[in-house]
Structure formats: structure tokens, C-alpha cells
Design a protein around this ligand. Structure first.
Ligand SMILES: *[C@@H]1O[C@H](CO)[C@@H](O)[C@H](O)[C@H]1NC(C)=O
Length: 304
């Protein structure tokens, strides 16, 4: 490789490095449509990229606005926020980490949006991502939680029940309570993507015969004022008691023994009778024969 070629190669390498580090374009990643429960909160996940070197939080400014740029719903200078959103918006994301996640609290039924993010590098550069805004789909009532259980419950056998509900307010997730024994329940909140979260509660309790045909409820209480309840009916199978095994076994064995005994005695009795008959039969023959010979002899004797 000649000196010139080597120089060209190094220059190309530097170009590639600079292109990846410094020439990133303005970009934003949001979920375009999110369900929002009125009176609760909704979190709008957001990450962004800007050209040039990475800047600290202090050098960046994040703004959220409606389609009209002057309808500001979030700004670090609260006096610039429109009245209807004052005190209800919070930037959860760290701008220094290129995270522009927004929380809207006390959601109202006209908070549909669309809402767009705007990044500013004061005295240098700014960009409104008006092509990637977020619309909210308003829900006046929450969905009912789903309850899952094993098909058949057994008396005295501990069983785990699962109750879960989807939501879009991970900063104040709903709580789940049960109609019985909920102090031992385990709650888990997990991100299932597309700005949606799932709160689940696992409850383990031991049903008894008394619980048969009763209802088990689980209630999801959302941040704000809404709640919803789901239920299932319990069907409890009676305990597989040792008596339930012994009684049929004894019954079957008893019948078998009785039947066997009867058969044994019957055959014994019949055998005896047959023997008796046989012996009587041969006796009869003999007596008849002796009688005959007697008669013959007596005939002889009658001859003079
Ligand atoms: C952005 O910030 C939110 C709120 O702190 C956090 O839940 C989320 O995981 C962050 N997103 C990324 C991609 O780091």
C-alpha cells in the first residue's frame, strides 16, 4: 500500500467514525397510539436522538406540545404550559440519557392529543418531531381483571389463583385486592411493550368444602378514582379421604369372600349329595339282587 492509499484509507475510517458519532440525525421513537384511563395517569414512552456529540442534561431542554407548537403541555418553565395541563405533566425520562418519557396525570376525556416532543439545545439547535406524535385513546371505564385458576379444586389442597389487568400508568400502577386472604398475595408489574403494562397478583389459599359454589373476586384499583372487579366461581372436589378408599375396597372384598364361601359350601354339599346318591344307588342294586336270589332259593325250597 502506497503512502497515498494509506492516507486515503485512514481518512475513510475517520469519516465512518465521525458519521456514527456525530452525524446522527434528529430522531424520535414513540408509541403512536396509547389507551388512557380517564382520571388515572398515562405514560408516553419516548426516546430521541440529536446530531452532534452527546450532551449533559443541563445543556438540553425537552418540551411537549400539541400539534400547534404554542400549545405547550410540558415545559421546564411552568408558566409556559397551557392552563388545562398545568400541574398535570411530568418528564419522567432523563434527557441526558436521550429519554423523553412523559407522564400525564389526572387524565381528562379531552386529552386525546396528538402530543409531540420538541428537543432544544439552547443557543444552538432545536427540533419538533411533529411527524411522530402520540394520540391517546380515551377510556372512561377500566377493563375488568382476568382471573385464572385450575379447573378443579380439591378440598384441603393449596391452590394458586392469578388475577391480572393491563394498564398504561406504570408510574402509579393499579393495586389488586382479593375478596379473601389477599394479605399473602404477590404482585408483579411488567412491561409488555407498546406502552402497555400488566399488573398481576398471585394468591395462594387452601379451599375447603365450604368454598364450593362460592365466588372469588379480585378488584383492580387504579390511580385516580376508577376500579373494576372480576370474579370466578369455585368448584371444590371433596377430599380424597382414606375412608373413601377403604370403604369400596372393603365392600368389594367382603362380597368376594361371601360369594366364594357360598360357592365352596354349595359344592361341598352337592358332592356329599352326589356321593350319597351314588352309594344309595349301588345299595339299591345289591338289595334288589339279594332279594331276587332269595326268591329263587325260596322257589327251590318249595319243590318237594
Ligand atoms: C425512560 O425513562 C423511563 C422513566 O424513568 C423508564 O421507565 C424507561 O425505561 C426509560 N427508557 C429507556 C429506553 O431507557
Amino acid at each position: 500500500m502506497g503512502t497515498q492509499a494509506r492516507f486515503l484509507f485512514c481518512w475513510l475510517c475517520l469519516q465512518v467514525i465521525f458519521a456514527t458519532v456525530f452525524s446522527e440525525d434528529w430522531e424520535v421513537e414513540v408509541v403512536p397510539k396509547i389507551d388512557a384511563l380517564v382520571s388515572s395517569c398515562v405514560v408516553l414512552p419516548c426516546t430521541f436522538k440529536y446530531p452532534g456529540e452527546q450532551l449533559p442534561y443541563s445543556r438540553l431542554r425537552g418540551i411537549w406540545h400539541k400539534k400547534e407548537m404554542h400549545d405547550i403541555i410540558y415545559h421546564e418553565d411552568k408558566t409556559l404550559i397551557v392552563d388545562s395541563f398545568k400541574g398535570r405533566t411530568k418528564l419522567l425520562g432523563d434527557l441526558g440519557q436521550k429519554n423523553c418519557t412523559l407522564e400525564i396525570d389526572k387524565v381528562k376525556d379531552h386529552d386525546n392529543g396528538p402530543f409531540c416532543f420538541r428537543a432544544e439545545i439552547p443557543n444552538y439547535n432545536k427540533f419538533s418531531f411533529v411527524k411522530n406524535c402520540v394520540s391517546l385513546s380515551m377510556k372512561l371505564k377500566p377493563a375488568t381483571p382476568t382471573l385464572e385458576q385450575r379447573e378443579v379444586l380439591e378440598d384441603g389442597v393449596p391452590t394458586t389463583f392469578k388475577c391480572f389487568i393491563r394498564h398504561t400508568c406504570p408510574s402509579h400502577p393499579p393495586t389488586i385486592t382479593w375478596s379473601r386472604g389477599h394479605k399473602d398475595a404477590i404482585m408483579k408489574n411488567r412491561d409488555i411493550g407498546h406502552a402497555t403494562w400488566e399488573m398481576e397478583s398471585l394468591l395462594t389459599f387452601t379451599p375447603t368444602e365450604d368454598d364450593d359454589h362460592t365466588y372469588l373476586n379480585c378488584t383492580a384499583s387504579f390511580h385516580g378514582s376508577e376500579s373494576s372487579t372480576g370474579h370466578i366461581r369455585l368448584y371444590v372436589k371433596r377430599k380424597a379421604n382414606i375412608l373413601h378408599v377403604i370403604i369400596p375396597v372393603v365392600a368389594v372384598l367382603g362380597t368376594a369372600i361371601l360369594f366364594g364361601g357360598v360357592c365352596f359350601f354349595m359344592t361341598k354339599k352337592y358332592k356329599q349329595q352326589i356321593q350319597e346318591l351314588q352309594s344309595r344307588d349301588s345299595n339299591g342294586m345289591l338289595s334288589r339282587l339279594s332279594r331276587m336270589s332269595h326268591r329263587i332259593r325260596s322257589v327251590d325250597w318249595n319243590f318237594p
